[in-house]
Design a protein. Structure first.
Ligand code: 6CS
Ligand code: FE
Length: 290
């Protein structure tokens, strides 16, 4: 089968119009009303306040520290900032019952099923701590570009749900998106190094659009930023260009990221990498979430 979304090439090629819809379900399939579905289809993202209730938040924030303390210092699921502070923890839904409960909230799971129009499973989950003073950012990228190239995700039929555990302000490293950029797949130049994830989860240098592409996309669509109180959620399409700046404030920007993939979109072999990534980055044995 030829690759519908070639990337990690040795030469630049033109952007590729997206083949798939962004919204696979209908208004009757879940809690989102038509206006929200239309907004997500057009813009590639949707903010939903009050996704996690206040009573759950203190325990979830404490869970962050508990998980980190329980894991071995060299556990590969713990990604550290250059200065040594924890940047991300992967598989929190398997390490914490409280996080597993969030996956199944009626403000979360039904939304994923509705957007993807099918049963779903967790492709990847992580907690990004974005700690105060030392939290470094994430350069502009499309998650799908990585999941297609390195994890063998065939189609753009996955969605991320970023849930704020602390207040996401404009100034503490909050996620920025290029609205509407999900309509276009931007092939990237540069082959995938072996074990790329050893470095890409701290600083992604391969599979990122070039500055000309980013400038054109932002000129055309602008930049929106996800801000809001703890408990708010940002749903965004797997192919939406996003990134975040560093956090030099004392205020951590900790979020739970849940990535739902359609059970109709199971991973195959990487399209542009020499070997599969580990299970904690790209689930291949996960059960559908019920
Ligand atoms: O490589 C990945 O799967 C991760 N990298 C980034 C920067 N965002 C998506 C995903 O968590
Ligand atoms: Fe990302």
């Amino acid at each position: 089968m030829s690759d519908p979304y070639p990337t990690r090439l040795d030469h630049a090629i033109a952007p590729i119009p997206r083949h798939e819809p962004a919204v696979w379900g209908t208004e009757s399939d879940g809690p989102l009303v038509q206006q929200q579905l239309d907004w997500f289809a057009a813009q590639g993202y949707l903010v939903r306040p009050d996704t996690v209730s206040d009573d759950r938040l203190p325990a979830l924030r404490h869970e962050l520290d508990r998980i980190a303390a329980d894991l071995d210092a060299d556990d590969p699921r713990v990604i550290r900032e250059p200065g040594g502070s924890i940047r991300s923890i992967f598989e929190p839904h398997l390490l914490s019952e409280l996080v597993a409960q969030v996956v199944r909230l009626d403000t979360v799971l039904p939304v994923a099923r509705q957007l993807l129009g099918s049963d779903v499973y967790i492709h990847q989950a992580r907690i990004n701590l974005m700690p105060g003073f030392t939290g470094t950012g994430f350069y502009w990228h499309s998650d799908f570009e990585t999941w297609h190239a390195e994890d063998g995700m065939p189609s753009i039929r996955a969605v991320s749900c970023s849930i704020a555990l602390t207040h996401n302000y404009p100034f503490n490293g909050s996620l920025m998106v290029v609205p509407g950029s999900h309509h276009t797949f931007y092939p990237c130049v540069g082959a995938t190094p072996d074990n790329n994830h050893d470095t890409s989860l701290v600083a992604q240098n391969v599979g990122v659009p070039d500055e000309t592409t980013l400038t054109k996309a932002v000129d055309h669509d602008g930049i929106d930023q996800f801000t809001g109180p703890p408990g708010s959620a940002l749903w965004f399409d797997a192919n939406l260009l996003h990134g975040s700046g560093s956090n030099i404030t004392p205020l951590p920007r900790s979020n739970i990221f849940l990535v739902f993939n359609s059970v109709e979109n199971q991973l195959g072999e990487p399209f542009a990498a020499s070997r599969r990534r580990p299970e904690y980055l790209a689930a291949r044995r996960a059960e559908r979430v019920t």
